[in-house]
Write a protein that binds this ligand. Sequence first.
Ligand code: TRP
Length: 417
Amino acid sequence: MSPEINPWSSQPSLEIEKTFSEFGISPIGDAIAKLPEVPYFIRRGIVLGHRDYQVIADAIHNRRQFHILTGFMPSGHPHLGHLMVMKEVVWHVRQGGNGYITIADREAHAVRGLSWEKCNEFGKEYLSCLYALGFEGQTYFQSRNDRLKDLAFEAATKVNFSELAAIYGFGADTDLAHADSVITQVADILYPQIDREPAPTLVPVGIDQDPHIRLTRGIAHKMRMFTIEERDGYISVRSKNAPEEALEAVRKAFPHAKKYAGHVDIKGAQCTNVAATVREIERAHGGFAFYTPSSTYHIFMPGLTGGKMSSSIPESIISFYEPEATVRKKVMSGITGGRMTLEEQKRLGGEPEKCSIFLLNLFHMVTDDTELAEIRRKCTAGEVTCGQCKKDTAERVVAFQKDFREKMDACADMIRV
Ligand code: TRP
């Protein structure tokens, strides 16, 4: 499997900004002007890229309906590396979004070979983390959602194997269930729009999931009956596979509309109004009328061993039910941005950007911005040794774990599967 961004590898993507611009991901700063408050994960540069996030910021600003969905592959215990997207989801639910969580047990079974029992067990743990963080909304396991699977089948009519080869590097030896788990994820992302109604949908993910986002955006578009194009002085509504009656309904809806073979041209109307009316007509004629989903991208919290936090590297992660002693040991042996000698540390200061311990604090352990700034200052000024900083951080992690575990336990009976 070759392509540069590949959802199933545990290699971190290094040159993140270069990667972003190559793939057409925009800097998040361009899209947040309308947000009533900027959440800490954007303020601190953790969430830094997006596709069409302005549509979501607009919906929040105007209190219009939007969906927020993400998914987790239950291939191991949830750990600190999963917390970021969870918090993004919870924050957007609080801003008025309809929350959805999918447990990707089909993917875990097909790609990682996990038994359904294990998927179930791990999946429930993910859900209790989410509830512990205050999630409200719908949750489901892919394998037990029939409407999802029907939607996946429908979406599959719009993809062929050469597309999968180009996006994921799939080849003749790729098994069918792996391809099936990809189209199931596409269906996940579109699911809120059939479960409720078509509306802008945000999918917060790590950059490794972008191939799925690109594929889904393409499919969402292909599943529309119409495309709407702004031309010089008029708007052209073009049928892709709309029934003739639907095209006729578009013509009737606008006083200055002219119908041609396969398209209706409309003068003197606003594009947003045309888009809304066309969407209603599409739905009335049995179409999906999907909005193209939006996404945000966060950087990964590095694992304590330097690379990505990944269940496949046990020393890199901290999971929530881990005993205190191993949590302390992992933090104390984490890779830092410290210098070779104490003398150098005092003279040159540490390098927090390169430090897995600092990033642990930045991501989750220190919620107060002033306190975090002070930790950074002391580090770069050489006023604190890595040993001391690790000790302080280990205390924070242990306290966090204890509190979080209590919350998870208290939420266990909210899980209905
Ligand atoms: N593939 C994702 C992972 O490996 C899990 C997932 C399944 C997902 N469906 C999704 C993520 C929908 C975002 C949206 O973790």
